[in-house]
Every structure is written in C-alpha cells, then in structure tokens.
Design a protein around this ligand. Structure first.
Ligand code: URA
Length: 254
C-alpha cells in the first residue's frame, strides 16, 4: 500500500458516494454500480464501498485527481445568443460550453449575475451559494462594468444623470453609476447593483436604446483577454479552499 496522502488544511473526510455525486461523476444512487467498475482508488488502492469516508485529495478517478472537490469558480466569455440558465428550451445555454460533467455537479454551477441572451462578455459561474450571494446581494454594492453600444451619440449631460441615480420605474431610483463616453455611440457604465435589464433601462430613461451590451468587469474579475466562448477556472480565495492565488491557464473551446 502507498503512503497515505497528507490532508490539506481545508480538507475534511467525506463519503465517497457523496464526493463523486457532488463533482458530477454519477448520482449517489448510481455510485455503488459505478464504483464496482474499479476505476476509483483511495491512497492507491481500488475502493468499491460508496460509504467509505475519504479525503478528496487521496482519491483518483481513472487515475486523475477528483475534479475540483472544494468547489468551482469559472470565468466565461459569453457569446451573444446564449442563455444563462440550465433550461435549454429556448436555445443554447452557456453551460453547453463547459465540460459535460460540470452540468451534473451538486450544488449546481450557476451564473452569479446573469447576462441577457443578446449580451456578451464576462460571466462568473460558481457552485458556491455563499459566493453568489456575496456577489449579487444588493447590500454589497459589487461593481460591474459594461460597454454599451447605443443608437445615438453619448451626451455629456447623461454623466450627471447617471451619477445622481436614475429613476427607471422601480420603487427606488438606481444607485449612483459612473458613465464615461468611450467615443461616438459607445459608453462605459459602472454599476454597483444588478437589477433586471438595468443598463438597457437606464439608457432608455435618457432616451437611448442599447444595441449591444458587453460586460468587462464583475466584482474582483476582469474579462481581460479571454476570447469569445473561452473560459477558465479561477483558483484562489474564492474557490473553496484553493491554496493558489493564480488563475489556471486559459481553456479555449474547440
Ligand atoms: N443590464 C442589462 O440591461 N442587461 C444585462 O444583461 C446586464 C445588465
């Protein structure tokens, strides 16, 4: 038998069937049959008992470490025409871009702060509810940056209107937002809240229509040079117990 893997500081023993199901390999019900195939080892020894308590770092599935047992945070460059839901009844979802196994994780991978179907740019996906709550709670005022392409030239007077807090037909006016003309019909907007269709409704309130909307920033994350349709996993303090601060290399879809 090989030397047992030393536990990482954040690790706790988990039932093997629960671990495999949470990472999307199989359902808890399927785990017994799945393990019978002999593809899972614990500390180098084939393990077939679904109720065995294991440290995730000691487990290999088909010779590979368990796929993000501590949780996932993924940055995706959303393309136009894709939906931020798991329901593909109305078209392709952003999840179709990601590895198939991630669609079966528990808790599920969800978008923190959705983008409209026609919007593009930075989408943050995670399976960690506390992160979603922290990044989307109206009380946290997390910054989001957008470049909007309009049906008319940006007007100087809008800067003050956005900064004062626009009324867009909700109970309360918007929080102050920063508007900067990027040139011609393009504007950069920084918001600290995330209401439904907020950017489109803010421009509608000053008489402009948004023809294109692209998110460049969401909380601590920048879109950077992530290409359309590409994604990458973020390690670090956000990703449940990750110890490395550096993002992993870019993963580009075929
Ligand atoms: N505001 C919008 O109008 N749409 C989005 O997708 C995001 C912000």
């Amino acid at each position: 038998m090989e030397t047992p893997t030393p536990p990482r500081p954040a690790e706790r023993p988990r039932r093997l069937d629960q671990l495999l199901a949470s990472c999307g390999y199989c359902s808890r019900r399927e785990a017994r049959g799945w393990l019978r195939r002999g593809g899972v080892t614990v500390d180098g020894v084939v393990e077939r008992a679904p109720d065995r308590r294991v440290l995730p770092s000691a487990v290999l599935v088909e010779g590979e470490p368990v796929d993000h047992p501590d949780g996932l945070v993924v940055l995706l460059h959303k393309t136009s025409g894709t939906l931020c839901t798991h329901d593909d009844g109305e078209g392709e979802t952003v999840f179709a871009r990601l590895p198939e196994r991630w669609r079966h994780r528990h808790p599920p991978l969800v978008a923190a702060g959705r983008l409209d179907k026609d919007a593009t740019g930075l989408l943050v996906l995670t399976d960690q509810g506390d992160l979603v709550h922290g990044w989307t709670s109206p009380r946290r005022h997390v910054a989001k940056g957008y470049v909007a392409t309009l049906d008319r030239e940006v007007r100087e007077e809008w800067v003050g209107l956005f900064a004062a807090g626009l009324s867009i037909g909700d109970e309360r006016p918007c929080l102050p937002a920063r508007l900067e003309g990027v040139g011609g019909r393009e504007a950069f907007v920084e918001l600290h809240e995330g209401r439904h269709h907020q950017v489109k409704r803010m421009f509608a309130a000053v008489g402009a229509m948004v023809l294109g909307l692209h998110r460049t920033r969401f909380g601590p994350f920048e879109l950077g040079d992530l290409r359309p349709g590409a994604w990458r996993v973020v390690d670090g303090p956000w990703a449940g117990g990750g110890e490395r601060g550096d993002p992993q290399p870019l993963c580009v879809l075929a």
